[in-house]
Design a protein around this ligand. Structure first.
Ligand code: NAD
Ligand code: MN
Length: 508
């Protein structure tokens, strides 16, 4: 390698190892095309080595059987170490992922650390749960033990690399599992830095946490089909999620899936417009719409429509697309040339379907931005819910506005989608908003807010948006097996429930 960009290897069994074939792939800055690093390209054998390390660490190492208090203490120290170097992580998140400096430093990294901290706390949770008293046929003592599942393969997307890595590894480790993390090929750098920082603490036994970079189509199937892996946690597209589920079926792995979305955002006619208008922009355009739970279908009532849309378009036209490191930039680049093309293709589809481009996105002409994948926001009006731009996940800065006159009808259209990840409802009347929220088929409904994901509350999808939940005790429990232990307290053979069923005939 001729340039000076750093080289990252695979993190297996507590050591950095070159991939077997010594191959590395460039990781880019999507705002200018610079090569930021050369990242190991693992093959199937490398992946197997990571799986074996995790398997051995789980079966023979101290992690799974350590007291919850001790595990919690170690996880808190890991978070301390990451916190100390959060500026470094934020820089990588910005440079490699294309998110703005503001978003990396005000949201992605601090929120990720908060979430990690929450799982460090949850790690102390008593793994024993009571079972209601059982007296049939005589008194017995029953309890449930929550145990780690074992070796977890964890596959994440490129849009929120640090946060997604935290959502995967923190609950898995808190529950006593061993992990193989596979970051997305576009954005491995913050997770690699995280591994470096964790490695330097020397606190995790070898093999508990492994990181493999490489093509999803090679590493993914090995993780999903290996008999040594007990669980797959996947975040990514519904299409690849379906493959993951099929592959995991061969060994009946536990699977959690966080997949795509096309979330409705419903403005009620009594909404506080100042907040709802900016909130709707935030719901759609945060990180250029490259978020699974973005509120990309905006339902606006007839009675407010003109006023609402005038102000929304005015505000949207002022969104500043620019270099992520510039403090004045609202939106940076899209992740890749391919993503940019795909979004532009959807804009063309919207035009062909007859939607009105009230704001038509374009590639900025500023020469400073010429080598990045930049695109300004698009807002389509006159959208019908059955158009492709209202049904398919675009994953870019494109908003589809649907006018409604009856709220019941808006709710029906909102639910008319294969997805069910999230939704927004804006109203000054909380009871009314809650009654709408109750009717929406989605895993998270925000009332008078959007994109706020707390460590304490569950996140995940209805329908084709996924299986299982992340965060909170719900998320922790996705990384546990449930063992029921039954202890009979009666003293005689005759008191056993089976005595009259089998034994008398033997004794005759
Ligand atoms: P993707 O599905 O293309 O890739 C996700 C991950 O899967 C990557 O690490 C990729 O390398 C890997 N992969 C590719 N082929 C694989 C295979 N055959 N087997 C196993 N793994 C494989 O998704 P993306 O483009 O990285 O991310 C965008 C998608 O992620 C969007 O659909 C978005 O909605 C979704 N997403 C969902 C959530 C959520 O929590 N629901 C969060 C973020 C992103
Ligand atoms: Mn993809």
């Amino acid at each position: 390698m001729s340039d000076t960009a750093p080289v990252w290897n695979l993190y297996i069994n507590g050591q950095w190892r070159a991939p077997r074939h010594e191959q590395h792939d460039p990781a880019y800055d999507p705002s200018n095309g610079t090569v930021l690093a050369h990242v190991a390209r693992a093959d199937v054998e490398d992946t197997r080595a990571a799986i074996q390390a995790a398997r051995a660490a789980f079966d023979c190492g101290p992690w799974a059987t350590m007291s919850p208090g001790e595990r919690s203490r170690i996880l808190h120290k890991l978070v301390d170490a990451l916190e100390e170097r959060q500026a470094e992580i934020a820089d990588l998140e910005m440079m490699n992922g294309g998110c703005t400096w503001r978003k990396a430093n005000l949201m992605d990294i601090p929120v990720g650390l908060l979430h990690f901290r929450h799982f460090a706390k949850l790690a102390t949770a008593e793994p024993l749960e009571p079972v209601p008293q059982i007296t049939f046929p005589t008194l017995s003592y029953n309890f449930v033990r929550r145990e780690p599942i074992g070796v977890c393969g964890q596959i994440i997307p490129w849009n929120f690399p640090f946060l997604m890595a935290v959502w995967k590894m923190a609950p898995a480790l808190a529950a006593g599992n061993c992990v193989i993390l596979k970051p997305a090929s576009y954005t491995p750098l913050s997770a690699l830095k995280m591994m470096e920082i964790i490695h330097e603490t020397g606190l995790l036994p070898p093999g508990v946490l492994n990181l493999i970079t490489g093509p999803g189509g090679v590493v993914g199937p090995e993780l999903c089909t290996s008999p040594l892996v007990d669980k797959i946690a996947f975040t990514g597209s519904t299409e690849v999620g379906r493959q993951v589920m099929i592959q995991a079926a061969s060994t009946i792995k536990k699977v959690t899936l966080e997949l795509g979305g096309k979330s409705p955002n419903i403005i009620l006619d009594d909404a506080e417009l100042d907040i709802a208008i900016d909130g709707s922009l935030w719901a759609t355009f945060m990180h250029n719409g490259q978020a699974c739970e973005s509120g990309t279908r905006l339902f606006v009532p007839d009675s407010l429509y003109d006023k609402f849309m005038d102000r929304l378009l005015d505000r949207a036209s002022k969104i500043k697309v620019g270099l992520p490191g510039d403090g004045a930039t609202d939106l940076g680049p899209l992740i890749s040339a391919g993503q940019l093309k795909s979004v532009e293709n959807y804009i063309q589809i919207g035009l062909d379907e007859g939607a009105t481009p009230a704001l038509l996105g374009h590639r900025p002409t500023d020469p400073e931005l010429a080598n990045g994948h930049f695109l300004t926001p698009t807002i389509f009006t006159d959208v019908r819910n059955d158009m492709r731009i209202a049904q398919e996940e675009i994953f870019g800065p494109v908003l589809a506005v649907i006018k409604y006159d009856s709220l019941e009808d808006a709710i029906k259209q909102a639910n008319d989608t294969i997805y069910g990840l999230a939704a927004g409802v804006w109203s000054a009347n909380l009871e009314r908003a809650v009654s709408v929220a109750n009717k929406l088929r989605a895993g998270t409904v925000w009332i008078n807010d959007y994109h706020l994901i707390n460590a304490e509350a569950p996140f995940g999808g209805y329908k084709q948006s996924g299986i299982g939940r992340e965060l909170g005790t719900w998320g922790l429990h996705e990384y546990t097996e449930i063992k029921h232990i039954h202890a009979d307290l009666s003293r005689t053979r005759q008191a056993r429930f089976w005595y009259d069923i089998l034994v008398p005939t033997i004794e005759e």
